[in-house]
Design a protein around this ligand. Structure first.
Ligand SMILES: Nc1nc2c(ncn2[C@@H]2O[C@H](COP(=O)(O)OP(=O)(O)OP(=O)(O)O)[C@@H](O)[C@H]2O)c(=O)[nH]1
Ligand SMILES: [Mg+2]
Length: 338
């Protein structure tokens, strides 16, 4: 059996090997990913993001355990859940991920749960690309829910969050997070806002501050997204016209609020599907993935064809201020010596 066939048949060892190849951007892995692509599109991609230490991993662990238990208690017992923990800040598999491994330990041994940690070894763009590939492979492998945990609130996290259908933003009391979150524009990407560590004094204030901020931001937030060309056939359900971002309190360590959060994630999936927003987001996601690939591929191919040192020469001229960066790039592209 080929690696692709084994992945489709549910072979976890094959899946792990494929994910490594995708992370390393090996040609065989990327070719296999292309062969798997027709099998993607069914998973619910849930992004979980927030500042370091807010309790994302603890919460994801509890969410997964709860979803699996729900399955045993009469729901879909075969619900398959994957977790991708992305840590752009650590260049090696460092402390954070080691900690995650320990926190995720409860989930080990469940054949319906798969956990993958990723750390950046190079450019953040590379990490976003690798994450998208890993998520696609998990989707093809039949996971129903894929949770993507990213640390922080910078552009890299926002980009990775764009890979998801549903974005859950986690804050915690007393970290000045409310303010930071607003500054980073993270509220705009939140479909669900969670104040974790609700057992800590001051949690009420954080909840209130976030609710007030959301309320103020409302007029801008709820401009309904216009269907793009080709989406005209989408019927919009009457009730499903807008999504009110809920602000929820959890105590991840105790599992408090976890059932409600799962319900909210499920409600959001239903909303996306009933409103046609699912298709619109899917189009947006794939468009930005393709645009990124086009940019990266064009640049790589162009530089490959350049005579050696040409880029470096131009760089020197910019350093000495005899060319502006823009002039330098134009001169390389036009192949002229200026
Ligand atoms: N008091 C309290 N502590 C919590 C709660 N949830 C998590 N913690 C603790 O907060 C610390 C950080 O939790 P993590 O789950 O590692 O947080 P994280 O956001 O994944 O951290 P990074 O991945 O490093 O960004 C741990 O010591 C947890 O035990 C909570 O609800 N209440
Ligand atoms: Mg974590």
């Amino acid at each position: 059996m080929s690696l692709v066939e084994r992945v489709l048949a549910g072979d976890r060892l094959a899946l792990a090997r494929l994910l490594s190849q995708i992370e390393n951007e090996e040609t065989t892995g990327l070719d296999d990913l292309a062969a798997l692509y027709p099998h993607t599109g069914d998973a619910h991609l849930v992004g979980v993001t927030g500042a370091p230490g807010t309790g994302k991993s603890t919460l994801v662990n509890k969410l997964v355990m709860h979803m699996r238990q729900e399955g045993e208690e009469g729901g879909d017992a075969d619900t398959m859940i994957a977790v991708v923990a992305v840590d752009p800040s650590s260049p090696f598999t460092g402390g954070a991920i080691l900690g995650d491994r320990i926190r995720m330990r409860d989930l080990a041994g469940d054949p319906c749960v798969f956990i993958r940690s990723m750390a950046s070894r190079g450019a953040l763009g590379g990490l976003a690309r690798a994450t998208a590939g890993v998520v696609q492979a998990l989707d093809a492998a039949g996971f129903d829910v894929i949770m993507i945990e990213t640390v922080g609130a910078g552009q890299a996290e926002v980009d990775i969050a764009r890979t998801a259908h549903t974005t859950v933003v986690i804050t915690a009391p007393g970290m000045g997070d409310e303010v930071q979150a607003i500054k980073a524009g993270i509220l705009e990407i939140a479909d669900i806002l969670v104040v974790n560590k609700a057992d800590i004094p001051g949690a009420d204030n954080t909840l209130r501050a976030l609710r007030a901020t959301l309320e103020m931001a409302k007029p801008e937030r709820y401009v309904p997204s216009l269907p793009q060309q080709g989406d005209a056939s989408i019927e919009r359900g009457e009730e499903a016209d807008s999504w009110e971002t809920p602000v929820m309190a959890t105590v991840a360590t105790e599992g408090e609020g976890v059932a409600e959060l799962i319900q909210a994630i499920e409600d959001h999936r239903r909303y996306l599907q009933a409103s046609g927003e699912w298709t619109i987001r899917e189009r947006g996601r794939i468009r930005s993935e393709m645009e990124g690939l086009l940019r990266d591929t064009l640049a790589a191919r162009f530089l490959e064809r350049q005579p050696d040192g040409r880029f470096e020469e131009a760089l020197e001229k910019v350093l000495t201020r005899s060319l502006s960066p823009r002039q330098a790039i134009l001169s390389i592209l036009d192949g002229e010596d200026r």
